[in-house]
Design a protein around this ligand. Structure first.
Ligand SMILES: Nc1ncnc2c1ncn2[C@@H]1O[C@H](COP(=O)(O)OP(=O)(O)OP(=O)(O)O)[C@@H](O)[C@H]1O
Length: 632
């Protein structure tokens, strides 16, 4: 068996290289770039080809992104062989024993989230490190298990030694009741799945999937924990004869999941871990990061003494000089409403400037430290008429959701006469494969649900549409055709009885938009105000290459122009928190292909490091001058 470690800075092509290798080994067609990469790095790779590869990565977003890049299709979801370690563990174990998860929206859900909902424990699914009771416990539990379980081999000891003593009284109580909840319901959680896989006597890859797995490929390897590495090295040992090649790719300076016990040391000391010689390939050219951005981001690592291995920083940036600029900005989220913020001159300037870049065809990202901040910028840009996207593969953007509601209202107001309905609205509401779900969702947003029984409304509405001249004849609903509805005397009477309500609804659906339902749908009441402004002004949102999300979500992605909003009240306290904070900024900065613009607020984290460590004072003189010029 051969082991390779691919190390490369941001944008040096780690993922591209892994995918090339994946295609090469599994005899899939190669592009000319992929062929060049194989020739450059794997020309003398002495490994039999033609088996299947198991590709593991850290986040589900990354797994889906890999699948997307491999198949060229937008929405493939998981591929059998490209997964997170959690999802691999769950499906491997499910083949052997019954593991039980709670069902949420028809799919296996997160047990801890279900527990928090049931017992009203504050928890944010979108903000992993929110200072909420549920998030504190979830992180603590998961971090401790990921860090100590391989050593202690007993969850009881991990709990007693590493978790309970660090929790406050209330937190202990909640943790214990969570354990009780799991015991009672028999539900598993993600930690259980990892522990159980680690405890397997023998992990047998030959029984996974339909084809023989000969290669193990791991991306974002710097973000894996002790437990995850122990599982991977166990897979390697248990399948010595079958696995011809194991490859790890990563960048230790992009470790941003320490709060879940990610530890880059394992990646740095792979040979010790695997007990075999590991060949290292260092990718030395960044195809993304231009010179100024490369310089500024390296300075941040060096000055704050966060460098783990100086030779890993030694890469050639893109030849373009690029732009690095610091823009004085306001601390937005604390104490401002969206409608106040949008009147501020700095905010308007930002929106205008970003708008100009978008008009020029550039991709633009606003990256923030927290999810709350990202949502705030999202609302600002929606109000300004843009349709920003989120980065997580599964997250529908707020703009899309708002547009969906607007399209529904518009349809019902204006589109009842055939032909008058805009094509895309028709598609959105009725023609797409999910039209039933869409109609249902829309109906749920209306006050109809207050007046009428849910299932009946759906049929009745379709019935009324028919009377207004829209042809729904061919559509089936819950097994009943409209014909059936018409013939059903009971239903007919119900429709007649509620005709005034239906008529009023059809006259002005807006009247029936219920604030509460919209809020539930968008899960954030502020969007209702944004929606109202949009409805009142009748403004359509322009679709664009504008992305607004957290720095964490931006991992692995790239944009022409990046705005970094890193305002925070919670300054890092310990050395390891400080290093993590630097790595997060590093990831954010290195997403930029052309321009990096720091939104410098009073509570800017980069500003804090700048003051603490006199950043950008030393180094390449001409670049420093350039930076100093643009920074003032
Ligand atoms: N050999 C190459 N020649 C030209 N362009 C390349 C090459 N390898 C990668 N690229 C391009 O460089 C960009 C970054 O590549 P990729 O995402 O694979 O880098 P990465 O090292 O995984 O980045 P990150 O550290 O941010 O995850 C992409 O746009 C990719 O298409």
């Amino acid at each position: 068996m051969k082991a390779i470690r691919i190390v490369g800075n941001a944008g040096t092509g780690k993922t591209t290289t892994l995918l090339s290798l994946y295609s090469y080994l599994t005899n899939r067609p190669l592009s000319s770039l992929q062929r060049d990469i194989i020739n450059e790095y794997f020309g003398d790779l002495n490994v039999p080809r033609g088996k299947e590869a198991l590709m593991l990565t850290f986040s589900s977003t990354a797994a889906k992104e890999l699948a997307k890049r491999l198949t060229g299709q937008e929405d493939t979801g998981y591929l059998t062989n490209i997964r997170t370690l959690h999802s691999f563990a769950a499906s491997y174990l499910a083949q052997r024993r019954s593991i039980k998860f709670p069902t949420v929206n028809g799919r296996p859900g997160d047990t801890f989230v279900v527990f928090c909902r049931k017992f009203n424990i504050p928890f944010s699914t979108e903000e992993p490190f929110a200072p909420l009771l549920g998030n504190t416990i979830a992180n603590m539990l998961s971090a401790a298990i990921n860090r100590y379980y391989p050593e202690e081999k007993d969850i009881g000891i991990v709990l007693a030694k590493h978790i309970l003593p660090r929790l406050q009284g209330k937190e202990q109580e909640v943790l214990l009741s969570y354990l009780e909840f799991k015991e009672k319901t028999g539900y598993w959680d993600y930690n259980d799945v990892l522990m159980a896989l680690f405890d397997e006597e023998h992990i047998d890859l030959s029984s996974f999937g339909d084809e023989e797995i000969g290669y193990l490929i791991i991306d974002e390897a710097q973000d894996l924990s002790a437990l995850q590495y122990s599982i991977i090295s166990k897979i390697v040992q248990d399948n010595q004869d079958a696995i011809d090649l194991v490859v790890f790719a990563g960048d230790p300076h992009q470790t941003i999941y320490s709060f879940q016990a990610a530890d880059p040391r394992f990646f740095m000391e792979l040979d010790k871990l695997l007990g075999v010689d590991v060949e290292t390939i260092v990718l030395k050219r960044s195809f993304r990061v231009p010179r100024t951005v490369s310089f500024a981001s390296k300075q941040l690592l060096i000055r704050t003494r966060a460098v783990l291995n100086p030779s890993f920083l030694n890469y050639e940036p893109r030849p373009e000089i690029g732009e690095y600029r610091v823009i004085p900005f306001v601390d937005l989220v604390d104490g401002n409403t969206v409608s106040e913020a949008i009147k501020m001159s700095q905010v308007r300037k930002l929106i205008e400037e970003a708008g100009d870049e978008l008009k020029r065809g550039k991709s633009v990202a606003i990256l923030t430290r927290t999810n709350v901040q990202a949502r705030f910028f999202e609302k600002l840009f929606i109000l300004a008429g843009y349709s920003p996207k989120r980065l997580k593969a599964s997250a529908a953007s707020a703009a899309d959701k708002l547009m969906f509601i607007l399209a529904g209202v518009d349809y019902l107001q204006n589109g009842l006469e055939e032909g008058a309905v805009p094509k895309e609205v028709k598609e959105e509401l009725f023609a797409s494969p999910g039209w039933r779900a869409n109609v249902k969702r829309f109906l749920r947003l209306t006050a109809f649900s207050r007046y009428l029984d849910n299932e009946l409304i759906e049929r009745m509405l379709l019935y009324s549409f028919k009377e207004r001249g829209v042809n729904f004849d061919k559509m089936k609903f819950k097994g009943a055709t409209l014909d059936h509805v018409q013939k059903n005397e009971k239903l007919r009477r119900l429709v007649e009885k509620n005709r005034p309500v239906i008529e009023r609804f059809l006259e002005n659906p807006m009247r029936f938009l219920s604030r509460k339902d919209v809020e539930t749908y968008l899960r954030d009441k502020d969007y209702y105000d944004v929606l109202l402004v949009l409805l009142r002004t009748g403004r359509a949102l322009t679709d664009s290459h504008l992305f607004i999300d957290t720095i964490h979500a931006s991992k692995g992605a790239e944009f022409d122009v990046v705005y970094l909003y890193d305002s925070t009240r919670a300054l890092p306290a310990t050395e390891s928190e400080k290093r993590e904070a630097v790595f997060v900024l590093y990831v954010g900065m290195t997403r930029a292909r052309e321009a990096l613009r720091i939104l410098d607020t009073e509570n800017s984290l980069l500003g804090y490091f700048k003051r603490e460590h006199s950043l950008y004072e030393l180094g390449n003189a001409s670049l420093v001058q350039h930076l100093a010029q643009v920074a003032t």
